[in-house]
Design a protein around this ligand. Structure first.
Ligand SMILES: *Cc1c(COP(=O)(O)O)cnc(C)c1O
Length: 362
């Protein structure tokens, strides 16, 4: 633990991090200092091509712009701040990648020990590099995320180590701030929200955030929520656990979502639905976002747009606002990006040869 005094300095008028910005909506003691890296306040990017395509005013909530490159930071600032408030010295999580990256960074900042359990060989390189670089104890098991989650639940119940998966209620509290930001930016909730669903903490968080903001008079309406799973990891579509989930979108490669019931309730109560998209549809949407909108997200994030393109012929709020959540950065998984792209062109170091190559390229 750090025992040096935390310097207090301000960064002008703008609140630094989601706790500073939305403290009155978060369950913290008034004097608890925030463990923050300045998460939140992410861009709501107008999607020009998609808006044409879908006939709605489409915005992309670009959560890749968080400090460790995914929305997990919103929940982690709360979970780690709370862990410190409660006197914890260590945290643990199971992760498909982004939770471990975020937990490792925020634990490092707070001076806590961090242990992460990941599925062997199924974690994207960028995410692994983050967990390792921030000094987490990283343990790969020859099992999937669902099993890793069982293990860390068990360990955290018996030992003095705090669980920071989205079973931890403070994760949900932090993540709901994205819904607040959307309403603050648009002036009301969008007509529809589209979001990828893995362990189902995030869809639960958005739905909670939108309801709380409406109850406190900040929004007039609630969005219809559409959630999308990968076809190879679609327990909420099938209505049963998927034993061996498989998808290129490793962040949502989950067969037994911890908050599945809450996700189904969010979809049902909002008038929405949870459906699935294939890996091919996910990768096509990822490329379209990169090449038509200039926005690079990871495969799991693109599920939200793949779903809109697949199912959008019916039920879209034509002419109204629609927000698709892009949960993580494309740089997290460079291998998947390179594998599906045009190969690099090799050329002699010769001016004429380079010009010829340019002319011949499509
Ligand atoms: C964690 C994650 C998800 C899934 O979120 P859940 O809360 O588990 O449903 C989706 N996309 C990315 C990039 C993630 O890191």
């Amino acid at each position: 633990m750090t025992d040096y005094p935390v310097p207090s300095y301000t960064l002008g008028e703008r609140p630094f991090g989601v706790i500073a910005r939305y403290r009155e909506y978060l369950p913290l003691k008034p004097d608890t200092p925030a463990v923050t890296l300045g998460e939140g306040d992410t861009p709501l990017v107008p999607a020009l091509w998609l808006s044409q395509e879908l006939g709605c005013r489409v915005f992309l909530k670009y959560e890749a712009a968080n400090p460790t490159g995914s929305f997990k930071d919103r929940g982690m600032t709360m979970a780690i701040t709370k862990a410190v408030e409660d006197g914890a010295t260590a945290v643990i999580c199971a992760s498909t990648g982004n939770t471990s990256a975020s937990a490792a960074a925020y634990a490092a900042r707070a001076g806590l020990r961090c242990v992460v359990l990941i599925p062997e060989g199924k974690i994207a390189m960028g995410k692994l590099s983050q967990a390792l670089m921030h000094g987490a104890v990283a343990i790969a098991i020859d099992g999937n995320f669902d099993l890793a989650l069982e293990f860390v639940k068990d360990i955290s119940e018996r030992r003095a180590i705090t669980l920071v998966n989205s079973l931890n209620p403070y994760r949900i509290e932090g993540q709901k701030t994205s819904a607040f930001e959307i309403v603050d930016r648009l002036g009301d909730a969008p007509a529809m929200l589209s979001i990828p669903v893995g362990n189902a903490g995030n869809i639960t968080s958005y739905w909670k955030g939108f309801r709380e903001y409406k109850d406190s008079g900040n929004a007039q309406r609630l969005p219809v929520v559409w959630g999308f799973q990968a076809a190879g990891a679609n327990p909420l579509v099938r209505g049963e656990v998927v034993k061996n989930p498989e998808t290129v979108a490793t962040a949502i490669r989950i067969g037994n979502p911890a908050r599945g019931d809450e996700a189904l309730a969010a979809a049902r109560d909002s008038g929405g639905v949870i459906r699935d998209v294939t890996d091919a549809e996910i990768l096509a949407a990822q490329r379209l976002l990169a090449q038509k909108e200039g926005v690079f997200c990871e495969p799991a994030s693109a599920a939200s747009v793949a779903g809109l393109l697949k199912y959008g012929s019916k039920g879209l709020p034509k002419g109204d606002t629609l927000v698709a959540v892009l949960t993580g950065h494309g740089l997290k998984d460079p291998q998947t990006a390179i594998e599906q792209s045009q190969p690099i062109l090799h050329c002699r170091a010769d001016l004429e040869a380079v010009e010829e190559t340019i002319a011949n390229a499509g």
